[in-house]
Design a protein around this ligand. Structure first.
Ligand SMILES: Nc1ncnc2c1ncn2[C@@H]1O[C@H](COP(=O)(O)OP(=O)(O)OP(=O)(O)O)[C@@H](O)[C@H]1O
Ligand SMILES: [Mg+2]
Length: 323
């Protein structure tokens, strides 16, 4: 996809993401998706890529909830993510590498849902049980309930927490070799994604019950763990240059795409301005990494950059046409 600065390339990419994933990859404030002066926006996507046709429509209103329609029927937002894996790269989004642990947990938990759809609800179920246990802990602290009232939540949190630890370990193990390979081809050696499980058990939670009651929160579990992204030189979060951090973000995405391909659930890739952030050799490496991969949408300002593309879309003043 080519076009001048401000032509609307990122907008179009964002539209594809909204239609297929149900939310914007670049803003939390959904009102910003809506054209200045309008009340709503709708993104529609049709796919004929596989034997089964898929059509989605996502409507965002300035006021009121979002509407998601999948193949003609209203659907929950999460259905989109598990049914239509789409991975997006935005050059200014380095938070997964640079940001705090919470961002990485969210990122990897979403990945978990795409790679293993049967586990898509696990992170949410754990978070819900955790908040219910927190409420129970605070009721006991405030003298409104007996200690025994916490027990069922301790059991649930321990069970779901151990499941989430295991799932994160499995997904990082599966991702690891692909992450290393993709990083290496893009010039970053020895890249790793390591998860150290929290070792949550019912017994461990019971041992710290008094402290948890005092604090009113559960003080151990996967909600407090990090996924460490590093190379032989150290933590990417601390030492990585901007360029290395971008490569790591891109390599994570390519690694996940490989995991999905291995599982016969190929993802579409949306890569915004990816060529401008790579030097010449790495561009060539990326092109070969993408060759024969899945469907990929790449934006660029310069037509020369996308010579290998199967189809070139030109974007001029917000309108797109096949060149
Ligand atoms: N809610 C909105 N309503 C109307 N126009 C908007 C809205 N949000 C952004 N725009 C405009 O859309 C235009 C296209 O922006 P976009 O980021 O898609 O361009 P681009 O082709 O990706 O440019 P670049 O090459 O600089 O990244 C911008 O001029 C921006 O001001
Ligand atoms: Mg752009």
């Amino acid at each position: 996809m080519i076009g001048a600065n401000g032509a609307g390339k990122t907008n179009l990419l964002e539209g594809v993401h909204v239609a297929t994933q149900g939310f914007s990859p670049r803003t939390r404030s959904e009102a910003r998706l809506i054209r200045f002066g309008s009340d709503a926006t709708r993104a529609i996507a049709r796919s004929h890529a596989r034997a089964t046709e898929v059509e989605t429509s996502v409507t965002v209103h300035r006021l009121g909830p979002k509407e998601v329609v999948l193949n003609g029927a209203p659907a929950p937002l999460d259905d989109l993510r598990t049914k239509l894996p789409v991975l997006v790269f935005l050059p200014d989004r380095l938070a997964v590498v640079k940001g705090g642990p919470a961002i990485r947990r969210t990122y990897f938990d979403r990945m978990l849902g795409r790679v293993s759809p049967e586990l898509a609800e696990l992170p949410g179920s754990y978070a819900k049980a955790l908040s219910q246990r927190g409420a129970a802990l605070r009721r006991v602290r405030d003298g409104l309930a007996e200690r025994a009232s916490i027990e069922p939540w301790t059991e649930t949190v321990a069970g779901l927490g151990a499941d989430l630890d295991a799932a994160r370990t499995a997904v990082t193990d599966e991702l690891g070799p692909h992450f290393r390979d993709a990083s290496e081809q893009l010039g970053l050696r020895g890249a790793r994604a390591d998860y150290e499980p929290s070792a949550i058990t019912r017994g461990a939670l019971e041992d710290r019950l008094t402290r948890d009651i005092e604090r009113g929160t559960t003080g151990m579990g996967p909600h407090l763990r990090d996924i460490r992204l590093a190379t032989d030189e150290g933590d990417l979060r601390g030492f990585g240059s901007q360029g290395q951090q971008r490569v790591a973000v891109l390599a994570l995405l390519l690694a996940e795409a490989s995991c999905l391909r291995d599982r016969d659930r190929p993802a579409a890739l949306l890569l915004d301005d990816v060529l401008s952030v790579l030097d010449r050799d790495r561009r060539a490496a990326l092109v070969s990494l993408l060759a024969g991969a899945t469907q990929t949408l790449v934006t660029a300002t310069d037509a020369d950059d996308v010579l290998e593309a199967g189809c070139v879309v030109e974007v001029v003043q917000g309108a797109a046409r096949i060149a």
